[in-house]
Design a protein around this ligand. Sequence first.
Ligand code: PLI
Length: 469
Amino acid sequence: MPNTTLTTGKQRGRRSWAEPWKVKVVEPLKVTTREQRERAIAEAGYNTFLLRSEDVYIDLLTDSGTNAMSDYQWAGMMLGDEAYAGSRNFYNLEAAVQKYYGYKYLVPSHQGRGAEHIISRVLIKPGDYIPGNMYFTTTRMHQEMAGGTFVDVIIDEAHDSQSLHPFKGNVDLQKLEDLIKRVGAEKIPYVSVAATVNMAGGQPISMQNMRDVRALCNRHGVHIILDATRAAENAWFIKIHEEGYAGKSVANILRELCSYTDGCTMSGKKDALVNIGGWLALNDYDLYEEARNLVVVFEGLHTYGGMAGRDMEAMARGIEESVQDDHMRARIGQVEYLGELLVEWGVPIVVPIGGHAIFLDARRFYPDMPQDHFPAQTLAAELYVDSGIRAMERGVVSAGRDPKTGQHRYPKLELVRLTIPRRVYTQAHMDVTAEAVEAVYQRRAEARGLKMIYEPKYLRFFQARFEPL
Ligand code: PLI
């Protein structure tokens, strides 16, 4: 049995945190039996993306679009100006992005990948290289579809689930410089910098590293495009771990971080506390003009980009709430709470604990299972059957195939992500989750692995189907 004595902050030698909000509306959850769950996961082809949400008890598939909005945001929804052009909510959103992220020009998009599509088309030519601090699935897909090749230039520690480096999201400057020397700066339209780095375990980049990347890029005339999806969360880690930032607010740190970049893509569905929405922001007028022109082809007019007026208002207000220190302390504190329980109980997870999720190390759950038997996919299915908790594979299935060789890409990290939606679940849900994970860990010797029986061409992890071996 797990040792459940160490749950309060006081017992851990510090004061407890609590959420800076109280609950106003609740959504009932369905509790299912093990037999029902066995049937549901088989019908879903052992892919948690294909489960019906009503068959899920605690949904930790993603923190994307799963946020609970505040009464202030819901009140803003009623102020939606649904004009086709020039909605007042667009101008409110533009003002919020300018104020908190500091970029000059805003191009709204329906979500993050809409913005990634536009920037990839604007900046990438066939044959180009796009270095980045680890890939993200949709980001790399758009870079490749525009004819580019993604090159991983993150520090080696990021690929090691046990390295305790506090900024595992850092760019390896030597790797970046080597690439520039090898292919030439003219073949590198921009460096794609994510803050935090999702696939590395929600790991942050330091301000110093961002400054260094800026200096290197200035020397070679290369742009930097930030993936700002969880940059406010990154700002919190800088505040906690980087010298000189303890006394600064998340809002100030976020603005400084963005100031070293030329623009950003954003999935508002994460940091910005909404259920849908995103944007591309830029400082260069000519690039902005081209992006604004393209957005009308793919997303919608440049003053809504695929969002309703009410969505833009909710996001403008969500941005303001997302940079409050109290909010961030509770948000990351909850992730840390779950992670600390698992560490205490000896369950292998990625450390340090990241911003938006706990990542289970499936290689260490199943050390004898070959990666071709999809250990992380297996673990996510086992966890669902045990408890009704839905997690997500972040291993060989997510990595996909190399477009040149057609072979599986075998990432070093074979992970299952327990992603915590913002302001949705309580500490009791975290306790239930930790106990379920621990139970699956105890039964790890029984797991058999899976065989892929259907594989879609693009972003296969969303729709692939499997069978037990
Ligand atoms: O899901 P979108 O299209 O709004 O955003 C794409 C996207 C871009 N960058 C990063 C770092 C992401 O995490 C991201 C989406 N992430 C999802 C859906 C997730 O479950 O993590």
